[in-house]
Write a protein that binds this ligand. Structure first.
Ligand code: SF4
Ligand SMILES: [Zn+2]
Length: 455
């Protein structure tokens, strides 16, 4: 059963006054186990807190929408401050800038936004940002505030804005519009945001996703937005559910997160084995250095798993398209374990792939590829650069002559393993065309990986 979190809706609105309980029950049946109802003024913030008190699955956020910035006074600030200290209040918001309607003068909006950012900072709460046609000022005021935890709710900006927001530690949240046929630009953004920064929401009762566009929106419809985001990113609904739920829990401090690293996890139809966190590279783009999570799985191991634990975690290897040895690190550091387990998987009829940095022969000071013959079907080797100098500056290898060793490793792999793919991460300074040429000269497949998209 999937679990989703609607990180933004307005359950206090009159549109829900007749059937709120039904709405909550329907959300639960659709897998939306947690809902954050967001205050947009004094009254709705009070109601949001009330709803959180009376419903197990509801959390609240308190704030003042930029439309109403002109109503802001000392009492508003005192009230929001008092409410924000209530249990189950998880954020300050929505707050922000809206230069599309300008219901409040720009200067007033900016002043109030800054005040409420300071309040969030003082209370150590994340912020929920509404920003419409106000990119530069929104980013500037967030930066000036020093706040590093928040979400750009119902994101409608461009990719540059998303990148700047993420660089400040902000999540990017997608709502119903991502399901609209004409939302090509937004869909492109939803494809490329790294997993660790993506959230979903309904903004109900507004912005109803397809196929219910035109009707009142409600949290159970989050499922349609989740499905669309999964389709755009080429993953399954359960992947997007896990990723966005972990993200929401981390940002808002709701519920519990897996404390221990997972040793086997599914992405699409493959099973990935996380056998080590050690590596002989320290790549500048390596996700190990800034998060414990890949596609919503905690991969930070307290101890490396042994073979029995791994067999138990795999169960029946034929249930997966392939079993992939990887790790938040270099799997061939544990060569003996890889060999024994790969043979066990093959004997049971499974398919084996290894994702490696190609340092295997350097690490073991011998050609290990003949030892993998017959037990490994496919190998992905990270080449990551077109020459040694670039490799050293990007991958920061802890071993000498690594680039040459990787090239030699690819050549040997070609002899002993049926399917060999060379991968390159699309980072600045890498000559992708040269990398392609090297792969083709070596007679192996080539795959370009997007920077910041793992798995
Ligand atoms: S080779 Fe992989 S695990 Fe090792 S540092 Fe580079 S990206 Fe990280
Ligand atoms: Zn809203």
């Amino acid at each position: 059963m999937i679990e989703l979190i609607d990180t933004h809706c307005h359950l206090d609105m009159p549109q829900f006054k007749d059937d709120l309980l039904d709405v909550i029950v329907r959300a639960d049946s659709a897998g939306v186990k947690t809902i954050i109802t967001v205050g947009a003024d004094e009254e709705s913030s009070e109601k949001a807190v009330e709803l959180a008190k009376t419903h197990e699955s509801i959390y609240a956020s308190v704030g003042l929408h930029p439309h109403d910035a002109k109503e802001f006074n000392k009492n508003t600030e005192d009230l929001l401050k008092r409410l924000a200290k209530e249990e189950k209040v998880v954020a300050i918001g929505e707050i922000g800038l809206d230069y599309h309607y300008n219901h409040s003068p720009k200067k007033t909006q900016q002043k109030v936004f800054s005040r409420l950012l300071s309040l969030a900072k003082e209370l150590d709460l994340p912020v929920i940002i509404h920003s419409r046609e106000a990119k530069a000022d929104t980013l500037k005021l967030i930066k000036d505030s020093g706040i590093t935890r928040g979400v750009m709710h119902c994101f409608s900006g461009d990719i540059d804005m998303a990148e700047q927001a993420m660089a400040m530690g902000f999540y990017i949240s997608f709502a119903g519009p991502v399901t609209f046929k004409n939302a090509k630009r937004l869909q492109e953004i939803a494809k490329t945001i790294p997993d660790e920064y993506i959230l979903i929401e309904t903004d109900a009762p507004y912005l109803t996703p397809a196929p219910y566009r035109g009707k009142r929106n409600e949290p159970s419809y989050l499922l349609h937005t989740a499905k669309q985001v999964a389709t755009l990113r080429g993953v399954k609904l359960e992947d997007i559910a896990r990723i966005t739920t972990v993200n929401a829990k981390r940002l808002f401090g709701i519920g519990s997160l897996p404390e221990e690293g997972t040793i086997a996890y599914k992405i699409r139809d493959s099973l990935y084995l996380n056998i080590t966190n050690r590596c002989t590279n320290a790549c500048t783009f390596c996700v190990r250095f800034h998060t414990d999570y890949v596609k919503g799985h905690n991969l930070r191991l307290k101890k490396e798993p042994d073979i029995e634990e791994l067999k138990e975690a795999i169960g029946n290897p034929t249930e997966f398209k392939e079993v992939v040895f990887c790790g938040y690190g270099e799997p061939l550091l544990r060569l003996e374990l890889v060999k024994t387990l790969a043979k066990w998987i093959k004997d049971k009829g499974g398919r084996v792939r290894i994702n490696t940095n190609g340092h295997g022969n350097l690490i073991h000071e011998r050609n290990i590829l003949p030892e993998l013959r017959g037990i490994v079907d496919s190998i992905s080797i990270s080449m990551d650069a077109h020459d040694e100098k670039t490799y050293n500056s990007i991958c920061k290898p802890l071993v000498k002559n690594a680039f040459k060793a990787v090239i030699d490793f690819i050549k040997e792999a070609k002899i002993y393993i049926p399917e060999v793919t060379v991968t390159v991460v699309d980072v600045e300074g890498v000559d992708i065309e040269s990398c392609k040429r090297i792969a083709s000269e070596l007679g192996v497949n080539f795959r370009l990986r997007k920077f910041n998209i793992v798995g």
